[in-house]
Ligand binder design. Sequence first.
Ligand SMILES: NC(=O)c1ccc[n+]([C@@H]2O[C@H](COP(=O)([O-])OP(=O)(O)OC[C@H]3O[C@@H](n4cnc5c(N)ncnc54)[C@H](O)[C@@H]3O)[C@@H](O)[C@H]2O)c1
Ligand SMILES: [Zn+2]
Ligand SMILES: [Zn+2]
Length: 384
Amino acid sequence: MDRGINSFKQFITQNKAMENLVVDKAAPVAGMHVVKNSTMKALVYYGPGKKAWEDQPRPVLKDATDVIVKVLKTTICGTDLHIIKGDMPEVAEGRILGHEGVGIIEEVGASVSNFKKGDHVIISCVTSCGRCEYCKKGMYSHCENGGWILGYMINGTQAEYVRIPYADNSLFPIPAGADEEALVMLSDILPTGFECGVLNGQVKPGDTIAIVGAGPVGMAALLTAQFYTPAEIIVIDQDDNRLEVAKTFGATQTINSAKENAIEKVMALTNGKGVDTAIEAVGVPATFELCEEIISAGGHIANIGVHGKSVVLHMEKLWDRNISITTRLVDTVTTPMLFKTVQSKKIEPKKLITHRFKLDEMIKAYDTFEHAAREKALKVLLTS
Ligand SMILES: NC(=O)c1ccc[n+]([C@@H]2O[C@H](COP(=O)([O-])OP(=O)(O)OC[C@H]3O[C@@H](n4cnc5c(N)ncnc54)[C@H](O)[C@@H]3O)[C@@H](O)[C@H]2O)c1
Ligand SMILES: [Zn+2]
Ligand SMILES: [Zn+2]
């Protein structure tokens, strides 16, 4: 897929006329289609610092592998804040944001076989065709026909309706009676914290690990790291409220890096050795460099954060430390496993939801999440 801004603008212009047209199936005369304009509300990005909750054309099926989902619940991610800050200039103006949510299938493309109208589904933040070289390796994040495109390269879930390409591989079925609030956390943050942080960081029993960033993604790493029973989990952030919450989720030590010297404190807690795994869940140079400072010999730095600026890699200090550094865009390959742990309440990600809004209170929800420290916010949930 060509991710150039210009080609996407062209694509949008070419398709705008089509998107405005919806065939009304309840046409009064058999065999005759009445074409009408159909709109919905959506959160649209208009360049750095600019967004609007406004009328947009309702999505329609484009390919036989698509479905249209009516969004029942959605949320806002730290990545959406990066986009709005202007960290990701490749996002076209006019893009509907959002890559998380659960919904009900409204319309199904001709070749979709796993889902039918009325099914409840988890929308994965990553779209996967299931057929390309990367999908066959399980690296869905780099699917040649999808990957992370939702709310980024194609319109996303912060809307009343969303078109999901390659629906058979990009949606997860919700069984009747499941707690759909908790399942919103499976669209992105749980697989992200687990795959990019815990699995790449090779967390093992008895390890001492540090999680830098106690946002929803850092908290997801905190919850899922405990599958492997690390001995110590040090959570570092600048928000006292989030650090308090981290303690209730299993952090054994917390450090407010705005008030204390985080490097000195981690070294004091680890007998001067540093941590076995440092998980970066913020996405700014300072926090990645903090991970470089606190990693022990043989340790693993697992980056999760989306970075908009270059980071200094201190090879003059690290070249002989036998460490590994990993980066990853979440693949969502662990969603089925994580779903079971949520269903059995081995982990309870619903506790991450601090604020609930109606879908059309989107701007208020953004304001709350953007001022997370002031509002004592973690995950904000929007329900239609
Ligand atoms: N790799 C992936 O596939 C992937 C997927 C989803 C999200 N992400 C990224 O993960 C990161 C975290 O997402 P989130 O939703 O939890 O975001 P968030 O903005 O809610 O959380 C970030 C946390 O970092 C803290 N923080 C900011 N600056 C700090 C500093 N200098 N020192 C210590 N703490 C600091 C904030 O107080 C906040 O609690 C973001 O960068 C997001 O884009 C990556
Ligand atoms: Zn996200
Ligand atoms: Zn693919």
